[in-house]
Design a protein around this ligand. Structure first.
Ligand code: PEP
Ligand code: MG
Length: 739
């Protein structure tokens, strides 16, 4: 939406008249928005907001009315950083009555945060007597005014931002989701902290448009150069960057920036404005894939600002620093990686997001969803990023730092020891042979087969490359991808999982069905069976790729034997048409839906193998969304109900003479891997980084002794309790170290 020209023109006139005329600005905003009240609140030390100017409320309230961040509507807007548009503000649960303001007559209220460089400096609010919801263009006007106010407040030193409050020196802990595991201790870098707009209004609109054009060209050249430079490195998933490049050239958002300049904003302010709009839209989108597309756009907006010269990332190389950002796109991550950062914490972002995929490939720990940390962080502060435990500690206590440094030291020593395990077959201390396989989804990850010494690919997620590229390839393209995978495997087994789209994994342009619970909705194999043409094309591509070699295919989200039978029939029908036939065709089912647990006997007469998808199985077993960080520790695989379930599956596999493997994240965690191995599941598939740590722990562990202890715990503990702590205690006593 183009910014309101008239409001901008009047703001410019007022600004030209002198420094920080806040009461005039309040009057002007009230007039332009046709509101009876306009009030400006500024942040004060101690997380407090103070009324510093008003048109319409009682003048004596200025300097007196104070609200804590989080208190009242204004405090809520400051705390969340989001606008509130309320037709009946006084009946909102957060409303805090302040008699000195005389605001009783005003029913409706629109309040927006005044933010600059990622910090909330205050809040601006308008009010009217009549009860009404403010229109989108009114919100837009108030947000534009807030941008300008941010500069005025900062220039006049009218605020003491919350980071100067007493609490800012104390340690702060933030929980988040583990997007890529790992540990880092180092000073903080805040991405985009320099990104404030020096000049909001355009003096010369054609000149600003020309600056924008030049900056767009620089940005696009920069993205091309980055992609070219990453090629020989070979450790960044290429498809991800290609998708990003497409967005860099997308005209839609660039046009919006141009429109905002034509409306009277400077080029920098226009980029910020569009990025703000995107951020706002992003908050309302629940689909993680689309959210990531918007994250890419925001990342590019940051590059555009750099190209405009206002927001260049520092040239200093800060090896070992921990980068804090609202969110991060894949290209930014790559750049920061090249600068030597040791870890990343972002306020938003999902584990299926591009930056997370990239971070796992690069081995950078990333914590996501750590909300509020940007407000509390100060560049240069020391931080501990414990992305194994989902924790960021700002300004940690000295003891905590030395504890983590010791853990890091021990870990790097252990890692050095792992290297020698690479070519050695995985075996437990008591001689049980294990098969450790890789989970991959991008062609770029295939190098990891040799790097880790994995024995094959236990889960090839066929949808990942398609999501990164934004489209399902035709049969020939798909066949070429799968053939590359089989070539790279050089005879080692590869289990291809057919498309697992839907739910949280949507291709761009696909209209998601309106569903209350997409994870349990029309997704995965259900879509494949209802729209068999696409599934058949994929199966044909897999058979063509095999070209006479052994082929293993597994179907995700199987809920009934009938579904498995139908999917298998499609594969067999395609197999009749494709020549040469695979040397051997193995057809399996993923065990992810609990209902299948009571159909194992029948299933195993038809399936050649079962692979347990513990991510979805745990989610459905405990009715606990796998993407909700607050639920992450609530249910444990290492607890009697799940262990009983696994015993049941292992017994069914043995009775039928069919192999059972695990390819969910559980297999990648050393303790879980040990538990699974002790239950008799000797085929485990996991991301590359876990192979050597799991192999090392298994090599030290006597599975029989471990199993005996596990059984005694199962007999002794209440039937649903997690056995993790007692197991860890036993392991410590027996000199077994778990990362
Ligand atoms: C699982 O659910 O455990 C699994 C391996 O599949 P995905 O994580 O791709 O849903
Ligand atoms: Mg799954």
């Amino acid at each position: 939406m183009a910014p309101p020209r008239r409001l901008l023109a009047r703001l410019r006139e007022t600004m030209a008249a002198g420094a920080a005329p806040l009461p005039q600005l309040a009057t002007l905003i009230a007039d332009e928005l046709v509101c009876e009240v306009c009030s400006i609140y500024a942040a004060r030390p101690g997380e407090v907001l103070e009324l510093i100017a008003t048109r319409g409320l009682r003048p004596e309230a200025v300097g007196r009315t104070r609200l804590r961040v989080g208190e009242g509507i204004v405090g809520l807007v400051a705390a969340t950083g989001r606008p509130l548009n309320l037709p009946d503000a006084q009946n909102h649960p957060a409303f805090a009555y302040r008699p000195e303001t005389g605001e009783e007559p005003y029913a409706s209220l629109l309040a927006v945060p005044v933010r600059r460089a990622g910090r909330t400096l205050g809040v601006v609010a308008v009010q009217n007597r009549v009860s009404r919801r403010y229109a989108d263009d009114e919100l837009d006007q108030l947000e534009t005014a807030a941008m300008l106010l941010a500069e005025v407040l900062a220039a006049a030193g009218a605020t003491d931002t919350t980071e100067e409050s007493l609490g800012a020196a104390l340690p702060r802990r933030f929980q988040g989701a583990i997007l890529a595991p790992g540990l880092a201790v180092g000073p903080i870098l805040v991405a985009g902290a320099a990104g404030s707009v020096q000049k909001v209004l355009a003096d010369d609109i054609p000149a600003e448009l020309a600056r924008l054009d030049a900056a767009v060209a620089t940005m696009q050249a920069g993205v091309d150069a980055l992609i070219a430079a990453s090629a020989p490195v070979g450790d960044a998933p290429r498809e991800v960057l290609d998708a990003y490049k497409l967005i860099a050239a997308d005209a839609g958002w660039l046009k919006r920036v141009g429109d905002a300049i034509r409306g009277g904003l400077s080029a920098e302010a226009a980029v910020h404005r569009v990025a703000d709009e995107l951020r706002d839209r992003m908050r309302r989108i629940t689909d993680p894939y689309l959210r990531e597309r918007l994250a890419d756009l925001e990342d590019l907006a940051g590059r555009l600002l750099s190209a405009l010269g206002g927001d260049a990332p520092p040239d200093v190389i800060v090896p070992g620093a921990i980068l804090l950002a609202r969110r991060l796109g894949p290209a930014q991550l790559l750049e920061w990686h090249a600068r030597g950062i040791a870890g990343v914490a972002i306020e938003e972002g999902s584990s299926g997001g591009h930056a997370a995929i990239m971070a796992r490939a690069l081995g950078i720990p990333v914590l996501g969803g750590a909300r509020g940390m940007l407000e509390a962080a100060e560049a240069g502060d020391l931080a501990v990023l414990d992305a194994d435990d989902g924790l960021l500690i700002l300004r940690p206590e000295a003891d905590v730092v030395s504890g983590y440094n010791l853990a890091l030291e021990a870990r790097s020593q252990r890692r050095a020891g792992y290297a020698k395990l690479r070519g050695v077959p995985a075996r437990s201390a008591d001689g049980v042979r294990m098969r450790l396989m890789l989970n991959v989804g991008l062609a770029m990850e295939l190098d990891q087969l040799d790097e880790t010494g994995a024995e094959g690919i236990g889960l090839f997620r066929t949808e990942i490359a398609m999501l990164a590229r934004g489209a399902i390839g035709d049969v020939a393209e798909q066949a070429a991808t799968y053939a590359r995978v089989l070539d790279a495997a050089r005879g080692r087994p590869v289990l291809f999982r057919t498309l697992d789209l839907g739910g949280d994994k949507l291709l761009p342009g696909a209209t998601p069905p309106e569903e209350e619970n997409p994870a349990m909705g029309w997704r995965s194999l259900r879509v494949g069976l209802d729209r068999p043409a696409s599934l058949r094309r994929q199966l044909r591509a897999l058979l063509l790729a095999a070209g006479g070699r052994e082929l293993s295919v597994m179907f995700p989200m199987v809920a009934t034997v009938a579904e498995f039978r139908a999917a298998k029939a499609l594969l067999l029908a395609e197999a009749k048409r494709v020549r040469p036939s695979p040397e051997r065709l193995n057809i399996g089912a993923m065990l992810e839906v609990p209902a299948l647990l009571w159909q194992l006997k029948a299933l195993l007469t038809e399936a050649d193998f079962i692979s347990i998808g513990s991510n979805d199985l745990m989610q459905f077993l405990f009715a606990a969304d796998r993407g909700t960080p607050a639920l992450a520790d609530r249910y444990d695989l290492i607890s009697p109900p799940v262990l009983d379930l696994l015993d049941h599956v292992v017994a069914a596999g043995r009775a039928a003479g069919r192999p059972i493997s695990v390819c969910g994240e559980a297999a990648s965690r050393p303790l879980e891997a040990l538990v699974l191995a002790s239950l008799g599941i000797t085929n485990l598939s996991m991301p590359a980084l876990s192979i050597l740590p799991v192999k090392a722990l298994l090599a030290d562990a006597d599975l029989r002794a471990f199993r005996a202890m596990l059984d005694s715990l199962r007999a002794a503990e209440p039937s649903d309790a997690s056995l993790r702590e007692p197991l860890l205690g036993w392991m410590r006593e027996h000199g077994l170290t778990v990362e």
